[in-house]
Design a binder for this molecule. Sequence first.
Ligand SMILES: [Zn+2]
Length: 469
Amino acid sequence: MGLLIKGGEIVTADTRMRGDILIEDEAILGVGPRLAAPPETEVIDATGKLVFPGFIDPHVHIHLPFMSTFAKDTHATASKAALIGGTTTFIEMVCPSRNEDALNGYHIWKERAGGASACDYTFHMAVTHYDARTEAQLREIVADGTTSFKIFLAYKNFFGVTDEELFHTLKLAAELGVITTAHCENAELVGQLQQQLLAEGKTGPEWHEPSRPESVEAEGTGRFATFLETTGATGYVVHLSCAPALRAAVEAKLRGVKIHVESVLPHFLLDKTCAERAGVEGMKYIMSPPLRQERNLAVLWRALQAGIIDTVGTDHCPFDTEQKLLGAKAFTQIPNGIPGIEDRVNLMYTYGVKRGQLDIHRFVDALSTRPAKLFGLFPRKGAIVAGADADLVVYDPDYRGAVSVRTQHVNNNYNAFEGFSIEGRPSVVTVRGKVQVRDGEFVGEPNRGRFLRRTPQYAEAHEEAVYAA
Ligand SMILES: [Zn+2]
């Protein structure tokens, strides 16, 4: 049986029109005004609603061992929460630690997600050490369709790589044509500042930000850019949080470095005073890079609107208050992470589009189309065109509500955006033609999600061919 989404305002990254979308099986069959539907087609009346391509969260953690504990979500809980919030595809970080085998880690993550996700997904493969054996494994992982790497310049001795390992990873990435995403902070400076602060008796969550100041992130961003420039690899800075780091990325872009920028939901809406609240209240807001001084927020919004920040992710990573209290004696022991997979679309729509800070097409671009393009999913995802996967969000711009832990579907006992009002939410969400969500409720197939195999797209030869065409 087909599906007809009728009479909605169809909004993509570059077009807007009133019309219908006809879906057959898993794909979009046609888009246009007043489409005729075969008998037995289910009709969804989208009058007065916006229709967006399914949103893509390019940066989430679901299975995550971190600081001797595990993030709270399963693929079942996180994928349902994602869908209820309008996200139909997520890209999860596979993060084995430095002393774990890369391929073994990849299999663990893939097995956990397999058959357990309600929405489609793919992975970024973290490279946490580099040697001949790992290189061979990475080639195998790329051949399996995971065509993006993740490296950490922070988290020394756990996830972090040395400059030598960074160099070899980027050389391999350039050769294979995969994009490398990077957490950019100077691990050595963070470590030294942490020790210094703790020695001075400064142990509370309010000292987390001073232990990783803006300059430390700017240095990491600049160093990553220099390594990209030297190796010719294509890079993507994850969760960029502040003006000095943005300047480093822009300088690199102007030099012709192939560097892209992501910022994440918390950095657009929250500032460091949240983490300065006493005890566990402050610990809820610990992530890295940290929440920054408020003056950075307007800079990030303007850069997003201008397209200097390419994408908006979440860095979704739920640790509950009991886990956060592992850091009661020292801020360095607080598990890092602020969840947001369920709230990203509604909050960016409300505080971006509705507040006049973000053009609606740029909104669709940053939260769907650009992640699809950068990570090799376009036009299967991130587009409303014939032949694309029928991942669609029928969005009700008249809905009024508020974010709350009481109504969330993420598996956690707090929400960092508690009480934030939202002006709009998904009314219907489809994954490859199947209705998975209606008005805030999951109504679909819990195991509908599929692993999305991708092909490398940033090899020199490939780019030359694209420009020549
Ligand atoms: Zn992350």
